[in-house]
Design a protein around this ligand. Sequence first.
Ligand SMILES: NC(=O)c1ccc[n+]([C@@H]2O[C@H](COP(=O)([O-])OP(=O)(O)OC[C@H]3O[C@@H](n4cnc5c(N)ncnc54)[C@H](O)[C@@H]3O)[C@@H](O)[C@H]2O)c1
Length: 323
Amino acid sequence: MGPAEPGPEETVMGVLDGKVVLVTGGGNGIGRECALIAAQEGAKVVVNDLGATLSGGDEGSAGPAETVAQEIRAAGGEAVSNSDSVTSMAAVEGMVRQALDEFGGLHAVINPAGILRDGMFHKMSEADWDKVIEVHLRGTFNVCRATIEHFRNQGDGAYVLYTSTSGIIGNIGQANYGAAKMGIAGLSRIIAMEGAAKNVRCNCLAPVAWTRMTQSVPVKDEAQAARRAQMAASIRADQPARFSVALLADAARHVTGQIFGSSGDNIILYSQPRPIQTESNPEGWTIETILSDVLPAMSDKFYSLDRLPLPPTPVAKSTVAAS
Ligand SMILES: NC(=O)c1ccc[n+]([C@@H]2O[C@H](COP(=O)([O-])OP(=O)(O)OC[C@H]3O[C@@H](n4cnc5c(N)ncnc54)[C@H](O)[C@@H]3O)[C@@H](O)[C@H]2O)c1
Protein backbone atom coordinates (compact mmCIF):
# COMPACT_ATOMS: atom_id res chain seq x y z
CA MET A 1 0.00 0.00 0.00
CA GLY A 2 1.38 3.42 -0.94
CA PRO A 3 1.38 6.56 1.23
CA ALA A 4 -2.07 7.97 2.03
CA GLU A 5 -3.27 10.65 -0.39
CA PRO A 6 -3.99 14.01 1.29
CA GLY A 7 -7.69 14.72 1.73
CA PRO A 8 -9.29 17.71 -0.02
CA GLU A 9 -8.86 19.95 3.05
CA GLU A 10 -5.26 18.97 3.74
CA THR A 11 -2.39 21.07 2.43
CA VAL A 12 0.76 19.30 1.35
CA MET A 13 3.76 20.85 3.11
CA GLY A 14 6.61 21.91 0.88
CA VAL A 15 10.24 22.06 2.02
CA LEU A 16 10.29 25.81 1.30
CA ASP A 17 6.97 26.75 2.92
CA GLY A 18 7.22 30.25 4.39
CA LYS A 19 10.40 31.10 2.50
CA VAL A 20 11.01 33.76 -0.13
CA VAL A 21 13.55 32.86 -2.82
CA LEU A 22 15.24 34.96 -5.49
CA VAL A 23 16.07 32.95 -8.62
CA THR A 24 18.24 34.75 -11.16
CA GLY A 25 18.30 33.60 -14.76
CA GLY A 26 14.89 32.10 -13.96
CA GLY A 27 13.44 32.58 -17.44
CA ASN A 28 15.14 29.66 -19.16
CA GLY A 29 16.92 26.37 -18.66
CA ILE A 30 17.92 25.37 -15.14
CA GLY A 31 16.87 28.67 -13.57
CA ARG A 32 13.35 28.30 -14.92
CA GLU A 33 13.09 24.84 -13.36
CA CYS A 34 14.51 26.19 -10.08
CA ALA A 35 11.78 28.84 -9.96
CA LEU A 36 8.99 26.36 -10.78
CA ILE A 37 10.17 23.70 -8.32
CA ALA A 38 10.84 26.24 -5.53
CA ALA A 39 7.26 27.48 -5.96
CA GLN A 40 5.91 23.91 -5.94
CA GLU A 41 7.76 23.48 -2.64
CA GLY A 42 5.92 26.45 -1.15
CA ALA A 43 8.37 29.30 -1.74
CA LYS A 44 7.31 32.75 -2.84
CA VAL A 45 9.59 33.45 -5.76
CA VAL A 46 11.13 36.53 -7.34
CA VAL A 47 11.89 35.30 -10.84
CA ASN A 48 14.68 37.38 -12.32
CA ASP A 49 15.83 37.10 -15.92
CA LEU A 50 17.29 39.68 -18.23
CA GLY A 51 15.86 37.77 -21.19
CA ALA A 52 19.35 37.82 -22.66
CA THR A 53 20.68 36.06 -25.72
CA LEU A 54 23.11 33.23 -25.01
CA SER A 55 26.06 35.58 -25.51
CA GLY A 56 24.51 38.12 -23.15
CA GLY A 57 23.75 41.17 -25.24
CA ASP A 58 22.87 44.16 -23.13
CA GLU A 59 19.32 44.32 -24.41
CA GLY A 60 16.97 41.91 -22.77
CA SER A 61 13.31 41.00 -22.77
CA ALA A 62 10.90 41.00 -19.86
CA GLY A 63 9.12 38.03 -21.48
CA PRO A 64 10.91 34.98 -20.07
CA ALA A 65 10.84 36.04 -16.37
CA GLU A 66 7.20 37.14 -16.54
CA THR A 67 6.16 33.96 -18.39
CA VAL A 68 7.63 31.82 -15.61
CA ALA A 69 6.08 34.01 -12.89
CA GLN A 70 2.71 33.66 -14.64
CA GLU A 71 3.13 29.89 -14.85
CA ILE A 72 3.75 29.77 -11.09
CA ARG A 73 0.72 31.95 -10.34
CA ALA A 74 -1.45 29.90 -12.70
CA ALA A 75 -0.52 26.79 -10.69
CA GLY A 76 -1.60 28.52 -7.46
CA GLY A 77 1.84 29.69 -6.33
CA GLU A 78 3.17 33.16 -5.63
CA ALA A 79 5.72 34.84 -7.86
CA VAL A 80 6.73 38.20 -9.26
CA SER A 81 9.06 38.85 -12.15
CA ASN A 82 12.08 41.08 -12.56
CA SER A 83 13.92 41.59 -15.84
CA ASP A 84 16.99 43.51 -14.71
CA SER A 85 20.59 42.38 -15.04
CA VAL A 86 22.62 40.75 -12.27
CA THR A 87 25.57 42.79 -13.55
CA SER A 88 24.20 45.93 -11.87
CA MET A 89 24.43 46.19 -8.08
CA ALA A 90 21.63 48.77 -8.09
CA ALA A 91 19.43 46.37 -10.07
CA VAL A 92 20.13 43.49 -7.68
CA GLU A 93 19.35 45.74 -4.72
CA GLY A 94 16.06 46.39 -6.51
CA MET A 95 15.40 42.62 -6.64
CA VAL A 96 15.94 42.43 -2.88
CA ARG A 97 13.57 45.38 -2.29
CA GLN A 98 11.03 43.68 -4.54
CA ALA A 99 11.19 40.51 -2.41
CA LEU A 100 10.79 42.50 0.80
CA ASP A 101 7.98 44.73 -0.55
CA GLU A 102 6.00 41.98 -2.29
CA PHE A 103 6.56 39.07 0.06
CA GLY A 104 7.89 40.58 3.31
CA GLY A 105 11.20 38.73 3.38
CA LEU A 106 14.05 36.99 1.60
CA HIS A 107 15.62 33.73 2.75
CA ALA A 108 17.53 32.28 -0.16
CA VAL A 109 19.12 32.97 -3.53
CA ILE A 110 19.65 30.56 -6.42
CA ASN A 111 21.90 32.19 -9.01
CA PRO A 112 22.04 30.38 -12.36
CA ALA A 113 22.01 33.57 -14.52
CA GLY A 114 24.69 33.06 -17.11
CA ILE A 115 26.01 33.47 -20.63
CA LEU A 116 28.69 31.96 -22.87
CA ARG A 117 31.23 33.61 -25.15
CA ASP A 118 33.45 30.68 -26.07
CA GLY A 119 36.70 30.84 -28.02
CA MET A 120 40.32 29.77 -27.79
CA PHE A 121 42.23 31.91 -25.33
CA HIS A 122 44.76 33.09 -27.92
CA LYS A 123 41.87 34.57 -29.91
CA MET A 124 39.79 35.85 -27.01
CA SER A 125 38.81 39.51 -27.18
CA GLU A 126 38.88 41.70 -24.12
CA ALA A 127 35.13 42.26 -24.59
CA ASP A 128 34.41 38.51 -24.44
CA TRP A 129 36.59 38.13 -21.35
CA ASP A 130 35.00 41.11 -19.60
CA LYS A 131 31.38 40.23 -20.38
CA VAL A 132 31.63 36.64 -19.13
CA ILE A 133 33.44 37.73 -15.96
CA GLU A 134 30.89 40.50 -15.50
CA VAL A 135 27.81 38.28 -15.73
CA HIS A 136 29.14 35.25 -13.83
CA LEU A 137 31.67 36.49 -11.27
CA ARG A 138 30.62 40.09 -10.79
CA GLY A 139 26.95 39.01 -11.02
CA THR A 140 27.51 36.42 -8.28
CA PHE A 141 29.29 39.04 -6.17
CA ASN A 142 26.34 41.39 -6.67
CA VAL A 143 23.62 38.93 -5.66
CA CYS A 144 25.59 37.80 -2.61
CA ARG A 145 26.74 41.23 -1.51
CA ALA A 146 23.26 42.73 -1.88
CA THR A 147 21.73 40.05 0.35
CA ILE A 148 24.40 39.02 2.85
CA GLU A 149 23.75 41.67 5.48
CA HIS A 150 20.03 40.90 5.44
CA PHE A 151 20.79 37.18 5.84
CA ARG A 152 23.28 37.77 8.66
CA ASN A 153 20.90 40.09 10.51
CA GLN A 154 18.07 37.58 10.38
CA GLY A 155 20.38 34.66 11.20
CA ASP A 156 19.07 32.72 8.23
CA GLY A 157 20.10 32.60 4.61
CA ALA A 158 21.14 30.14 1.93
CA TYR A 159 22.83 30.52 -1.44
CA VAL A 160 23.14 28.10 -4.30
CA LEU A 161 25.74 29.52 -6.69
CA TYR A 162 26.41 28.07 -10.11
CA THR A 163 29.88 26.87 -11.01
CA SER A 164 30.90 24.50 -13.81
CA THR A 165 33.19 21.60 -14.58
CA SER A 166 34.69 24.03 -17.13
CA GLY A 167 36.18 25.80 -14.12
CA ILE A 168 36.78 23.06 -11.59
CA ILE A 169 38.12 20.57 -14.18
CA GLY A 170 38.76 22.77 -17.22
CA ASN A 171 37.52 22.86 -20.81
CA ILE A 172 39.21 23.93 -24.01
CA GLY A 173 37.63 27.07 -25.50
CA GLN A 174 36.18 28.37 -22.24
CA ALA A 175 38.98 30.30 -20.52
CA ASN A 176 36.77 33.28 -19.63
CA TYR A 177 33.91 31.09 -18.42
CA GLY A 178 36.18 28.63 -16.57
CA ALA A 179 37.98 31.46 -14.78
CA ALA A 180 34.69 33.02 -13.71
CA LYS A 181 33.27 29.68 -12.57
CA MET A 182 36.39 28.80 -10.56
CA GLY A 183 36.18 32.26 -9.01
CA ILE A 184 32.61 31.51 -7.97
CA ALA A 185 33.77 28.32 -6.21
CA GLY A 186 36.33 30.34 -4.24
CA LEU A 187 33.80 33.03 -3.38
CA SER A 188 31.26 30.42 -2.30
CA ARG A 189 33.63 28.77 0.15
CA ILE A 190 34.56 32.04 1.84
CA ILE A 191 30.94 33.16 2.11
CA ALA A 192 30.27 29.77 3.75
CA MET A 193 33.21 30.16 6.18
CA GLU A 194 32.24 33.71 7.12
CA GLY A 195 28.54 32.89 7.36
CA ALA A 196 28.81 29.78 9.53
CA ALA A 197 28.30 31.63 12.82
CA LYS A 198 25.21 33.41 11.46
CA ASN A 199 23.44 30.44 9.90
CA VAL A 200 24.22 31.73 6.41
CA ARG A 201 24.98 28.83 4.10
CA CYS A 202 26.58 28.81 0.69
CA ASN A 203 27.10 25.91 -1.68
CA CYS A 204 27.87 25.77 -5.34
CA LEU A 205 26.66 23.44 -8.00
CA ALA A 206 28.24 22.36 -11.28
CA PRO A 207 25.25 21.21 -13.30
CA VAL A 208 25.04 19.34 -16.56
CA ALA A 209 21.75 19.74 -18.37
CA TRP A 210 20.37 19.89 -21.84
CA THR A 211 19.59 23.59 -22.31
CA ARG A 212 20.25 26.20 -24.98
CA MET A 213 23.68 26.63 -23.34
CA THR A 214 24.73 23.01 -23.94
CA GLN A 215 23.11 22.96 -27.38
CA SER A 216 25.50 25.75 -28.41
CA VAL A 217 28.64 23.61 -27.96
CA PRO A 218 29.72 22.49 -31.46
CA VAL A 219 29.59 18.75 -32.18
CA LYS A 220 32.97 17.46 -33.38
CA ASP A 221 32.25 13.84 -34.21
CA GLU A 222 29.60 11.12 -34.30
CA ALA A 223 30.39 9.94 -30.77
CA GLN A 224 29.72 13.43 -29.47
CA ALA A 225 26.50 13.68 -31.47
CA ALA A 226 25.32 10.35 -30.00
CA ARG A 227 26.19 11.51 -26.48
CA ARG A 228 24.21 14.67 -27.09
CA ALA A 229 21.09 12.78 -28.18
CA GLN A 230 21.26 10.69 -25.01
CA MET A 231 21.80 13.83 -22.96
CA ALA A 232 18.67 15.55 -24.26
CA ALA A 233 16.49 12.76 -22.89
CA SER A 234 18.19 11.93 -19.63
CA ILE A 235 20.21 14.95 -18.51
CA ARG A 236 17.52 17.51 -17.96
CA ALA A 237 17.31 20.95 -16.35
CA ASP A 238 14.86 19.84 -13.66
CA GLN A 239 17.45 17.51 -12.06
CA PRO A 240 20.01 20.16 -10.98
CA ALA A 241 17.08 22.46 -10.19
CA ARG A 242 15.56 19.92 -7.79
CA PHE A 243 18.92 19.50 -6.08
CA SER A 244 19.30 23.30 -5.79
CA VAL A 245 15.90 23.55 -4.11
CA ALA A 246 16.73 20.68 -1.74
CA LEU A 247 19.88 22.56 -0.63
CA LEU A 248 17.67 25.43 0.57
CA ALA A 249 15.53 23.24 2.81
CA ASP A 250 15.89 23.49 6.59
CA ALA A 251 16.70 19.77 6.57
CA ALA A 252 19.94 20.70 4.72
CA ARG A 253 20.93 23.35 7.27
CA HIS A 254 24.18 21.54 8.06
CA VAL A 255 25.28 21.58 4.41
CA THR A 256 27.55 24.48 3.50
CA GLY A 257 30.83 25.23 1.73
CA GLN A 258 30.47 22.28 -0.65
CA ILE A 259 30.85 21.93 -4.39
CA PHE A 260 28.26 19.60 -5.82
CA GLY A 261 27.57 18.34 -9.30
CA SER A 262 24.30 17.26 -10.81
CA SER A 263 24.15 15.39 -14.07
CA GLY A 264 21.08 13.38 -14.96
CA ASP A 265 20.28 11.24 -11.96
CA ASN A 266 23.82 11.46 -10.62
CA ILE A 267 24.46 13.84 -7.74
CA ILE A 268 28.17 14.39 -7.23
CA LEU A 269 30.27 15.76 -4.38
CA TYR A 270 33.50 17.29 -5.68
CA SER A 271 36.83 17.32 -3.89
CA GLN A 272 38.36 20.67 -3.02
CA PRO A 273 42.09 21.34 -3.46
CA ARG A 274 44.27 20.50 -0.47
CA PRO A 275 48.05 19.87 -0.39
CA ILE A 276 48.76 16.31 -1.49
CA GLN A 277 52.55 16.28 -1.18
CA THR A 278 55.13 18.57 0.40
CA GLU A 279 58.89 18.48 -0.16
CA SER A 280 60.82 20.30 2.58
CA ASN A 281 64.47 21.32 2.76
CA PRO A 282 65.75 23.20 5.86
CA GLU A 283 68.69 24.49 3.75
CA GLY A 284 66.29 26.00 1.18
CA TRP A 285 65.77 24.86 -2.40
CA THR A 286 67.96 26.03 -5.28
CA ILE A 287 66.82 26.16 -8.90
CA GLU A 288 68.97 23.08 -9.49
CA THR A 289 67.50 21.03 -6.61
CA ILE A 290 63.96 22.11 -7.49
CA LEU A 291 64.57 20.72 -10.97
CA SER A 292 66.54 17.65 -9.90
CA ASP A 293 64.63 16.65 -6.74
CA VAL A 294 61.32 18.43 -6.11
CA LEU A 295 59.56 18.20 -9.45
CA PRO A 296 60.59 14.57 -10.13
CA ALA A 297 59.47 13.58 -6.61
CA MET A 298 56.00 14.98 -7.32
CA SER A 299 55.61 14.07 -10.96
CA ASP A 300 53.73 10.81 -10.49
CA LYS A 301 51.01 12.82 -8.73
CA PHE A 302 50.72 15.50 -11.43
CA TYR A 303 47.24 15.94 -12.85
CA SER A 304 46.88 15.17 -16.51
CA LEU A 305 45.18 17.61 -18.87
CA ASP A 306 42.55 14.99 -19.69
CA ARG A 307 38.98 15.89 -19.00
CA LEU A 308 37.72 12.67 -17.46
CA PRO A 309 34.12 11.89 -18.40
CA LEU A 310 31.45 12.11 -15.71
CA PRO A 311 29.91 8.77 -14.68
CA PRO A 312 26.98 7.73 -16.89
CA THR A 313 23.56 8.61 -15.55
CA PRO A 314 21.77 5.58 -14.07
CA VAL A 315 18.85 4.19 -16.02
CA ALA A 316 15.65 3.46 -14.12
CA LYS A 317 14.50 -0.20 -14.16
CA SER A 318 11.24 0.77 -15.86
CA THR A 319 13.20 2.53 -18.65
CA VAL A 320 15.46 -0.51 -19.10
CA ALA A 321 12.43 -2.79 -19.38
CA ALA A 322 10.73 -0.50 -21.90
CA SER A 323 13.75 -0.08 -24.17
N1 LIG B 1 23.53 23.57 -18.97
C1 LIG B 1 24.66 23.02 -18.54
O1 LIG B 1 25.00 21.86 -18.84
C2 LIG B 1 25.57 23.81 -17.64
C3 LIG B 1 26.85 23.28 -17.36
C4 LIG B 1 27.67 23.94 -16.47
C5 LIG B 1 27.24 25.12 -15.89
N2 LIG B 1 26.01 25.64 -16.19
C6 LIG B 1 25.60 26.87 -15.54
O2 LIG B 1 24.26 26.75 -15.09
C7 LIG B 1 23.61 28.02 -15.16
C8 LIG B 1 22.31 27.90 -15.96
O3 LIG B 1 22.63 27.49 -17.28
P1 LIG B 1 21.51 27.09 -18.36
O4 LIG B 1 22.09 25.99 -19.16
O5 LIG B 1 20.19 26.93 -17.72
O6 LIG B 1 21.54 28.42 -19.29
P2 LIG B 1 20.37 29.15 -20.11
O7 LIG B 1 21.06 29.95 -21.17
O8 LIG B 1 19.31 28.19 -20.51
O9 LIG B 1 19.75 30.14 -19.02
C9 LIG B 1 20.50 31.20 -18.49
C10 LIG B 1 19.54 32.35 -18.21
O10 LIG B 1 20.29 33.42 -17.62
C11 LIG B 1 19.75 34.63 -18.12
N3 LIG B 1 20.74 35.71 -18.02
C12 LIG B 1 21.85 35.89 -18.78
N4 LIG B 1 22.49 37.00 -18.40
C13 LIG B 1 21.77 37.53 -17.38
C14 LIG B 1 21.93 38.68 -16.56
N5 LIG B 1 22.95 39.51 -16.76
N6 LIG B 1 21.01 38.94 -15.60
C15 LIG B 1 19.95 38.10 -15.41
N7 LIG B 1 19.74 37.00 -16.17
C16 LIG B 1 20.65 36.72 -17.13
C17 LIG B 1 19.41 34.32 -19.58
O11 LIG B 1 18.48 35.26 -20.09
C18 LIG B 1 18.87 32.91 -19.46
O12 LIG B 1 17.47 32.91 -19.31
C19 LIG B 1 24.63 28.99 -15.78
O13 LIG B 1 25.30 29.68 -14.75
C20 LIG B 1 25.59 28.07 -16.47
O14 LIG B 1 26.86 28.66 -16.62
C21 LIG B 1 25.18 25.01 -17.07
